[in-house]
Design a protein around this ligand. Structure first.
Ligand SMILES: [Zn+2]
Length: 209
C-alpha cells in the first residue's frame, strides 16, 4: 500500500512503473499511485466466497488492514486506544444501509474476549455500488465516528446531526454522491493532503447509518 504521506518526487526524479488497474497494465509514476488506488474499485469478495458456510455474517478479513490504517491515520480515533474493533461482512440482500456501527453489550464484550466495537458492512450493497478503495476507506471512517466516549470514558454510540460527520467530510470530501449538501462546508476545510476525489459510482450507494 502506498504511504499516505509519501513524498511526491516531481520532475526529473519520477520513476515510471507498471501497475495493474482494472485489468490493464498502466504506466504510472510513484506519486500517482495513491490517486490511482483511490480511483480503483475495491476488490470485494463474492457473496459465495465471503459466506461459504451459509451464515449471514462473516469476518471481513479483506478490510482489516484498511480499518487499521484509518484508525492509525487520524487522531480523532485515539480514544479507541486498546479497544478492540472488528469489521464484518453482512450478507442481508435487502438491507437499506451500507454500513452500520454497533456497540457490543456488556455480555457480548465478555463472551467475545473484549470486542467492544463492531462495524457491519453490507457486502452486496458495496458490490452493487461499485465502491472504490477511497469510498470504502471513507465508509469505514464514517462508521468509526459513530463511536465515542462519554464523560466517564465509557464507550458510547454517536449520531450524526445531518447525514454525514464533519470529520469524514474533512478527511474525504464528498465521498458519496448524496452529500453534496456539504460542498459549502468543504470550502471551510484545508485541502492539504486530501486524496483525489473518487469517481461517481455506477449506482448510488445506499444510505450509510
Ligand atoms: Zn452514520
Amino acid at each position: 500500500m502506498a504511504g499516505k504521506n509519501g513524498k511526491a518526487a516531481n520532475g526529473d526524479g519520477d520513476s515510471h512503473i507498471l501497475v495493474e488497474h482494472n485489468g490493464e497494465s498502466v504506466r504510472t509514476t510513484v506519486p500517482d499511485l495513491q490517486s490511482l488506488r483511490n480511483r480503483q474499485r475495491f476488490p470485494f469478495p463474492t457473496k459465495d466466497q465471503a459466506f461459504a458456510d451459509g451464515h449471514t455474517l462473516a469476518p471481513a478479513d479483506e478490510l482489516e488492514d484498511l480499518l487499521q490504517s484509518v484508525i492509525d491515520g487520524c487522531e480523532d480515533f485515539e480514544f479507541l486506544g486498546d479497544r478492540r474493533v472488528r469489521i464484518l461482512w453482512n450478507k442481508g440482500d435487502k438491507l437499506v444501509w451500507i454500513g452500520k456501527a454497533k456497540k457490543q453489550s456488556e455480555i457480548e464484550v465478555l463472551l467475545s474476549d473484549g470486542i467492544e466495537c463492531v462495524i457491519l458492512i453490507a457486502l452486496e450493497r458495496c458490490i452493487m455500488a461499485g465502491l472504490t478503495y477511497f469510498q470504502v476507506e471513507a465508509l469505514i471512517d464514517h462508521e468509526l465516528r459513530h463511536f465515542g466516549e462519554d464523560e466517564h470514558g465509557l464507550l458510547q454510540v454517536v449520531k450524526h446531526d445531518l447525514e454525514e460527520f464533519n470529520g469524514t467530510v474533512a478527511r474525504y470530501g464528498a465521498w458519496r454522491p448524496n452529500i453534496n449538501v456539504f460542498n459549502e462546508q468543504l470550502a471551510l476545510f484545508s485541502v492539504e493532503n486530501k486524496p483525489s476525489p473518487a469517481p461517481e459510482p455506477e449506482r448510488e450507494p445506499a444510505a450509510v447509518s
